[in-house]
Design a protein around this ligand. Structure first.
Ligand code: HEM
Length: 285
């Protein structure tokens, strides 16, 4: 690019733009912040197959997205407790974009053939995504609590401690129902006082509450909250289904490395509805 000087009107070549700094006393500020050196040396593949790298990295990338999404949902749950719907909805909306990015990261694994997967499958031993603690944190926040999901993590104190805390805390959905109760909706006392470490069970009363919410002001903050939660529910369901299809392509009906029936077990999991009454209430609006 060139520019004209004000006085003569002649064209001059501008000075070369400043180049980035190269000299740092220690590690770069980028490294100090991102820890890229740590992150890019965590890829310890278990076989000689060149295709294993993308399987491992995709799994690690998904673990990072799980971590971000847990952070957003914990932020949203805390904000709901404090009646701060603006902060809660911002966090939920961010999580919707993040879930879209999470789901897009299936692409490199979506077309694995059985022969390709077999090239490193045996090296995985009994390792399975079923043992992902961060995925369980996501499920717990959605209300899908299960004490037995802590059992695999007894050997990892920090992970176990975090999961146990999450098991006993109100889920995101519990906080939503408490907020609806404070706003005058008829949430049964048994739901407000429920044992938080148990899986949330859908009920006709909560379905009725969502029906009333959705019959109300369509631009109101509660319908918008309901829609943000529905987006979350839909995208979690999509993750489960993308996982199911990738698994069906890669291994047919073989048993899983984690010891389950494989696809048949995943099909059952994929049938679950996240925030069930938000879906069933639609029939009555
Ligand atoms: C195409 C490659 C993949 C195949 C064939 C596959 C297969 C399976 C199977 C068969 C199960 C059932 C449990 C078992 O017996 O192992 C399972 C569970 C699971 N996998 Fe994968 N998986 C793949 C990729 C991934 C990736 C990249 C992730 C990311 C973290 C992941 C996360 C999970 C999770 C969280 C579960 C537990 C699901 C639940 O509890 O509902 N999987 N996988």
């Amino acid at each position: 690019m060139s520019h004209e000087t004000a006085d003569t009107g002649t064209t001059q070549t501008p000075e070369t733009p400043e180049t980035p700094h190269l000299d740092f006393a220690g590690t770069t500020p980028y490294e100090d912040y991102v820890q890229a050196d740590v992150l890019t040396h965590l890829q310890k593949t278990l076989s000689d197959d060149p295709g294993e790298m993308v399987f491992l990295v995709t799994t690690q990338v998904m673990e990072l997205w799980f971590t971000v999404i847990v952070h957003e949902w914990e932020t949203a749950a805390r904000a709901l407790r404090e009646d701060d719907l603006t902060v809660a909805k911002d966090a939920l909306k961010r999580s919707v974009r993040e879930l879209e990015a999470l789901n897009a990261s299936w692409t490199p694994l979506a077309g694995l053939t059985p022969a390709q997967f077999n090239s490193y499958r045996a090296a995985l031993g009994e390792g399975s995504g079923f043992q992902s603690a961060m995925f369980r944190r996501m499920e717990f926040l959605l209300g899908d609590k299960s004490a037995s999901m802590l059992v695999p993590h007894r050997g990892a104190p920090r992970v176990h401690r975090e999961l146990e805390k999450a098991l006993h805390e109100p889920s995101l959905y519990d906080e939503v129902l408490r907020l609806l109760s404070r706003r005058g909706y008829a949430i049964p006392q048994s739901v407000l006082d429920r044992d938080l470490s148990q899986r949330y069970e859908p009920s006709a009363e909560i379905e009725q509450v969502w029906t009333e919410v959705y019959q109300g002001d369509q631009d109101g903050e509660l319908v918008r909250l309901g829609e943000a939660l529905t987006d979350v529910g839909e995208l979690v369901w999509r993750w489960r289904n993308d996982h199911l299809v990738a698994t069906r392509r890669a291994m047919g009906s073989k048993t899983g490395t984690g010891g389950s029936a494989g696809v048949a077990w995943l099909e059952k999991r994929a049938r679950k509805n996240v925030f069930p009454e938000l879906w069933t209430a639609r029939s009555y609006v």
